[in-house]
Ligand binder design. Sequence first.
Ligand SMILES: Cc1cc2nc3c(=O)[nH]c(=O)nc-3n(C[C@H](O)[C@H](O)[C@H](O)COP(=O)(O)OP(=O)(O)OC[C@H]3O[C@@H](n4cnc5c(N)ncnc54)[C@H](O)[C@@H]3O)c2cc1C
Length: 670
Amino acid sequence: MESEIIRTDRFSVRYCSLNTLIIGSGAASLNAAVSLHSMGVEDIMIVTAELGGGTSNNAGSDKQTYYKLSLAGGESDSVREMAQDLFDGKCMHGDISLCEAQGSVQAFIKLVGLGVPFPRDKYGSFAGYKTDNDPRARATSAGPYTSGMIVKALAGEVHKRNIKVLDNHQVVELLTSGDGSRIIGAIAIDTMKLDPFDSFVVFNTVNIILGTGGPGEMYEDSVYPLSQTGSPGMAYRAGAAGQNLTESQFGIASMKFRWNLSGSYQQVIPRYFSTDSSGKDEREFLNDHFEDYRDLTRAIFLKGYQWPFDPLRIADSGSSLIDLLIWQEKVQKGRMVFIDYRKNLTWEEKETFDRGELDPAARDYLESSASLQETPLERLLSINRPAYELYRDHGIDLASEPLEIGICAQHNNGGLKANIWWESDLKHLFPVGEVNGSHGVARPGGSALNSGQAGSFRAAEFISRRYNSKPPDRDEFMVSAGNGIKQVFDTALKWLGSPDNKSGNQILSEMRHRMSYAAGIIRDRQNINEASEEAASLFKSAGSRFGASSTRELAACFRISDLCLTHFIYLEAIRHYIEEGGRSRGSYIVTGGVKSPLKGPAGNYYETELCRYDRDVESSIQEARFVNGKVSFTSTAVREVPEQNLWFEKVWKEYLEDNYIGDRDNSTNY
Ligand SMILES: Cc1cc2nc3c(=O)[nH]c(=O)nc-3n(C[C@H](O)[C@H](O)[C@H](O)COP(=O)(O)OP(=O)(O)OC[C@H]3O[C@@H](n4cnc5c(N)ncnc54)[C@H](O)[C@@H]3O)c2cc1C
């Protein structure tokens, strides 16, 4: 690794050259670093906006899930079956499904070895449970903070291996070769530097592993931790392709302290109510839409297992009807919505917890857990005390106050496109973790963490076998990167030259509001068209509305500008999907201009039609590219789960001869 200071007429720039720069310090990035190091690739560095920030280290639920191949008991399972189940979630390539299924055991056992406390019995069996979209019991959990524990275990390993970490560095640009075919470096801002003219760092790299997570700042109603901003825009600007950008997950979460209200939080059957914006006019709004007590309590109970909003679960008093009704209260009627553990819901004008009238599944579950106590709070304390304590630790006592909730963005199933070695269309750029859009429409709960671990390992394996070389010397690098670097400095000079332009936060809240309104669980054809046009025009004008007088403000301008492009691309993707005839699926319903209403007991909620995957736009993967200021789309047929020849001698020979990775120029890998 080489490092020096370069001076331009205005900037004093730190220059650094190395084999692989790993951006971000979430579970995926840290695993990439540890894996590379263990494979002998030591000329590496982690650069991160915030060590300890991001989703993995700060998000969770009552029982945060890790999805892997079943490893205990007598139930059969196989890599192929797991790959098929991932593939059956639709619009996920079969070869990627196979890699994620195959990589799951190795990744999981590595985490166990690093000390992540996944529960096991006295025989060492890792018991599993069923999660959403999981036909088996492949899920496991180390508790509410599973991903945080993974981060701590991997960060310990990074520290032990003396892997260099540059904290408080926000990467603002990815640099490409002259022909735009590959990544050659990056530019970051050291946000701790007082003088913005002193804050830039330029990296000359062979490879970049991008682990910057999901676009956490993009929605107003969001359960991503505040520290997770995400920054995929720079990859699109550099020319990388995205896929399945229409697919995100939304569900019920608390707003003051951002946390998923799944599992036990719903299984204890809490009370829901809404108020006007001043906290008056309290109403238990769900009651009007359910015909009887059993239907209502069953839907609430099922929200525990069926956390993400799902258009398939609205009809016949399905659990997603609850999300829909909350969304209507908040977004359409402008009311505040709360979940309350202090008392039971009101039915026929009196507070009721009628054990005899509960749905058998709910009653059996609560009975088996010895948790049929009188109030939701008592049931929660009985069934899952840590779930109560978690809120108490964040200054909220569920015994004395209700929680304000919303239908919040939680995960992006789509993201950057990559091949079976997690390399993007832009060669030498490896998106890992949530920024990689490997998932299809309906992923099993917990597969995000598995994908991050399996994928980052594969990226490291490929780099160690094919791209473990020195970066070019500085002069050669500057010939290719000079223009890209100049553009960033020119932009910085422009913003630093207009310190009074303080529209950044206003632009940010405008974008976030637009996304929650038009691109959340309800996607109306007309609204999307308007939102997309507004986003295009904001994207064109935003650059001249930013201004900065400090390093942090400058970094914020780059961050918000990145999001401006991202939200434009995402809205365009949704607009294109609907325009081409795409219907309700995943975690949203498409409304406007289509027939076949979804019916519920209280009538028709929305004019919509469910996706049947019998149209090209639904059955293929939508790919998006940002070229010359516009977003263009292609549709790619989904690749099946490949047939394998696993004859041992053949596999061994290919492995020994280093042929298993594929062609040396990588051109024939997807
Ligand atoms: C409430 C909630 C519950 C969830 N529950 C589950 C679950 O049960 N099971 C499951 O599988 N998944 C779950 N997920 C999803 C899963 O947690 C995430 O997909 C995963 O943790 C993302 O990990 P990551 O390493 O890709 O990114 P992150 O952990 O988000 O890390 C991103 C990193 O990139 C850094 N960064 C960002 N931009 C820049 C930049 N420009 N320059 C430098 N650094 C940058 C950040 O500081 C951070 O360190 C949940 C998510 C949420 C929000």
